[in-house]
Each structure stands twice: as structure tokens, then as C-alpha cells.
Design a protein. Structure first.
Ligand code: SF4
Length: 167
């Protein structure tokens, strides 16, 4: 059995058109909570500030963060998308609050639905007049609300019941 966990196959690590700074200078991105061995606290802080600046200019920072959040076993150490392991733990808790305990599955389902919509759009492109109507509708009414997932529905129901009990 492998010593390392496998990445979640539903979330591929994003492709960067240019080599990323964590590829070209990986030592800058080393970080484990509480580990101050090898360099002073100030040196660590300076290094982390450099890593964060590098991430903020990275073309794949958004998807890198997503990948790091869903692959928690693979990202227990290190700086990813300018976040430390502790910060990622806090962000995962917020994802649970927003999307429920199955938030990774919810994200995977949303990605799948997005891919299917994109594939369908490629096969049956809108006519020019249809595209104009869609654009006008979006301008007037804003983007279409997404249907709630079963997990979101359950969470909303639980909040509603808790609110009713408290009332
Ligand atoms: S955002 Fe991610 S891929 Fe880009 S430099 Fe930072 S850790 Fe590397």
C-alpha cells in the first residue's frame, strides 16, 4: 500500500501555462504548523511572505486553493495558494458551514454539472437571437439561481426546524 494518499480524481490539479513558483523554488513553500526548526521565526515569516506574494501572482491560485482544500491528506504541510495548514483547516470548516458535511461531494457535483452544461452548449450552440435573449435576460434579471443540492436542502431544513424550535 502506498504511504501517500491519492489525490481525489474528481479534482485535477490545475494546469499552469507557466512554471509556478512552488515548482521552481519549492523550499520557499515548506511549512508545518509549529515547526520552527532550521531557521529563526523572522526568517520563516519572511519566507512565508515571499511564498504568499508568489501565490498572489500565480495564474492558477484559485484552483490551487480548491485542490488543496479537497485533498486534505496531501496538504497537511506546506503553503498552498498563500494559505498555511491552519488557515486551510479554518477554510474547510467554513465550507462545512456553507455546503454541509459533504461539501467535497457537493463541489464535485457542481463541477460535473458545469462540465455537462458546457458540453451540451458545445453540441447545441445558441442561435444569435437566442444568445441575445439570454444576454438580455441576464442583464435584467441577473444570473439564473442554481437549484439547491439535496445536502443544501437538508441543511436549510435543519436550520428552519432549529429556528422554529427556538421561536
Ligand atoms: S498558488 Fe498554488 S500553484 Fe501557484 S505558486 Fe502558490 S502554491 Fe504554487
Amino acid at each position: 500500500m502506498s504511504r501517500f494518499a491519492d489525490p481525489d480524481p474528481r479534482f485535477l490539479f490545475p494546469h499552469s501555462p507557466v512554471p509556478t513558483r512552488c515548482q521552481t523554488e519549492p523550499a520557499t513553500f515548506d511549512f508545518a504548523n509549529g515547526d520552527r526548526s532550521g531557521e529563526s521565526r523572522e526568517a520563516t515569516e519572511r519566507r512565508l511572505a515571499r511564498a504568499r506574494r508568489a501565490c498572489s501572482g500565480c495564474p492558477i491560485v484559485r484552483d490551487c486553493l480548491r485542490w488543496a482544500l479537497v485533498n486534505m491528506d496531501l496538504t497537511k504541510v506546506g503553503i498552498y495558494a498563500a494559505t498555511t495548514p491552519n488557515q486551510r483547516t479554518a477554510l474547510r470548516k467554513r465550507m462545512v458551514d456553507r455546503l454541509g458535511p459533504d461539501w467535497i461531494d457537493v463541489l464535485a457535483d457542481q463541477d460535473q454539472a458545469r462540465r455537462e452544461r458546457a458540453a451540451a452548449a458545445r453540441h447545441t450552440p445558441l442561435t444569435i437571437s437566442q444568445a441575445r435573449i439570454v444576454a438580455l435576460d441576464r442583464e435584467v434579471n441577473g444570473p439564473m439561481p442554481r437549484p439547491l443540492t439535496p445536502v443544501q436542502q437538508q441543511r436549510n431544513m435543519a436550520r428552519l426546524m432549529a429556528g422554529l424550535k427556538a421561536a
